[in-house]
Design a protein around this ligand. Structure first.
Ligand code: CO
Length: 291
């Protein structure tokens, strides 16, 4: 009798356990089956970049017309500025959480960063944390624009083509990158090497790190060229492009170069404004989507 009681108890316990397990399974089944794309950028509070983001989204949708495309900005400061204007943009973690709630079980994050620096690595950590805390969710992350050597080559070819009139006229073109103390800052000097091989008078500088504007000016002086086009090597033409590059303040690149006697033309376009360049980000998206 005692044995029967114990068996019954065991049976009951097993049944309970089984129920508990199948509840868990139900939870997993409740994860939606949708697959979506989340484009992640630093963000910008300027009007121009809005069009750039729209262009990037259109290009991505051409390739993935059946998938929903959403956005997240990594910059708290930018998101707060926009919130003050009534525009509520998600952080990557907020966006992923919402996508899960909206029935997505597979998310492809595409970094719209230029180099694999701190921003990109923070995003990677955010993604890994989310995956750990949300069982069953499949999230992958596409590389930023200037990731490997083939990216740098491709980007160089495209930009030499974009500025072929300047090249043919024997003028110089200066690309203003952001720059970082992260080791990924090496992308700028490597890109300069690629660029030099394609167009001897195209130069790369950065706002925050090396190569500096002074490095660029030293190279310019050796060429003897007096006409320079300056343009951002950034995803959008936002604050840095409008102020640090093309602004009228005495330390803007335009002002500094003019003071040195150069005729300066500015092109306020971000890398995301060129469809061929967006295709490099698209290539990275495809790499993780097909894995
Ligand atoms: Co900055």
């Amino acid at each position: 009798m005692k044995f029967l009681k114990q068996s019954l108890l065991l049976l009951l316990t097993s049944a309970l356990l089984f129920t508990a397990c199948s509840d868990d399974d139900d939870d997993k089944k409740e994860l939606g089956e949708k697959e979506g794309i989340l484009l992640v950028t630093f963000g910008s509070s300027y009007p121009g970049p809005k069009d750039t983001f729209k262009n990037i989204e259109e290009e991505v949708k051409k390739e993935y017309s059946n998938m929903e495309v959403r956005w997240a900005y990594t910059s708290h400061i930018i998101r707060n500025i926009l919130l003050g204007r009534g525009e509520d943009i998600d952080s990557p973690e907020e966006a992923m959480k919402k996508m899960k709630e909206d029935g997505f079980s597979k998310i492809i994050l595409q970094s719209l960063h230029v180099i694999p620096g701190a921003e990109y690595n923070d995003l990677k950590a955010t993604m890994e944390k989310f995956v750990k805390e949300n069982e069953g969710m499949k999230v992958s992350l596409g590389h930023p624009l200037m990731y490997d050597d083939s990216d740098l080559d491709e980007l160089g070819d495209i930009l030499v083509d974009v500025f072929k009139a300047e090249k043919e006229a024997g003028e110089a073109v200066v690309f203003m990158g952001h720059g970082t103390h992260h080791e990924a800052n090496d992308r700028y000097s490597r890109f300069q090497e690629k660029l030099t091989a394609k167009a001897a008078n195209f130069f790369v500088g950065t706002v925050e790190a090396s190569p500096t504007l002074d490095d660029v000016i030293a190279k310019l002086e050796k060429t003897g060229i007096k006409t320079v086009t300056v343009t951002p090597l950034m995803s959008v033409a936002g604050d840095h492009a409008n102020n640090d590059m093309a602004g009228d303040e005495e330390d803007s690149w335009k002002t500094v170069l003019e003071a040195k006697g150069y005729a300066v033309k500015t092109v306020l376009k971000g890398l995301g404004d060129y469809d061929d360049i967006v295709a490099i980000w698209g290539k990275h998206l495809k790499e993780v989507k097909e894995n």
